[in-house]
Design a protein around this ligand. Sequence first.
Ligand SMILES: *Cc1c(COP(=O)(O)O)cnc(C)c1O
Length: 350
Amino acid sequence: MKESIIPHSRPTLSETDIQVVSQVLKSGNIVQGEHVGNFEKSLSTFIGHKGGVATNSGSSALHLALIALKISKGDEVALPSFVCTAPLNAIKYVGATPLLIDINPETMNMDFANLKRKINPETKAIILPHMFGLPADVDEIMEFEKPLIEDCAHSLGAKYVDERVGSFGILSIFSFYATKMISTGEGGMITSASLDLVENIKDLREYDKKEEWKVRYNYKMTDFQAAMGLSQISKLPEFVQKRRAIAKLYNQEFKDLPIEMPKEYDDRSHVFYRYIIKVDKNLLGIRKRLMDEGIICERPVYKPLHQYLDDRECLSAQRTWNRSLSIPIYPSLTDNEIERIISSVKRIFV
Ligand SMILES: *Cc1c(COP(=O)(O)O)cnc(C)c1O
């Protein structure tokens, strides 16, 4: 009997999610309304920020964040190479210039020393993603006193020292795409410690019924998505616990294999949005053998940004990309699927 495919990622949906969404649909009030307001309150309170603005994606959240900080043509925005293209796109939406920073190969987050070397007076903001669920070096990066946009798309629920990621930036953004830490199908949010910025961004999110015209957007979230978001956020602690439990099991089972496993640090908590192993040879052969056993593994980023931009200086990002593979880890993995993943990985490396 051929065993079923274990996807690289999958949303974790419950009967409650379905019920709350259908209640909103039945009410007929389907566009931005009270559920959106409640979701904004719930997430921003959880983060420790004063307010939030729900959007239709993480990408539009990044776009509005840059507009609110008045980033435009001629300005540079720092971001790491090892991330998806969404932050790069947002920088281009406002006509600004990306300043690509290499990564620390151990944490796979923005490298402080490389940032220090490249940052300059034209650098008007830093987009700091906490990649794969591990908080970046927030304290060091805040020393530059540049406006910080924390990108928490991978790391909702993680803590740096005693504070949640997302609470440090002047603005923080989140994504609720199907397979992120929590989901609304598609969706995003911006949170801030500044209520002025929150009001400014709320104004930019919708275009209708305004006294004065300026360019505005339609980046609103629907009320049924927000109802789902509220239902999902109530399960975030459970989701994080499950991800951490699977990671612990992988750590134990893989400890004698010739692979490098994800590291954890005393001063920050990992929510294991991804479990990334590093190997020194035959990455694609290993990936193919796992795929043949029905286990879908992916490169942790499809292509690092320096490859798209033909930048030859991000050497650690390149080397990390050459040797890293993301294996399935998510709350809806069954015990049987976890067993299959463990035994296949072990079989391949013995
Ligand atoms: C998913 C993601 C985004 C963009 O979010 P969308 O909702 O897909 O637009 C931005 N940054 C990071 C790090 C992401 O993983």
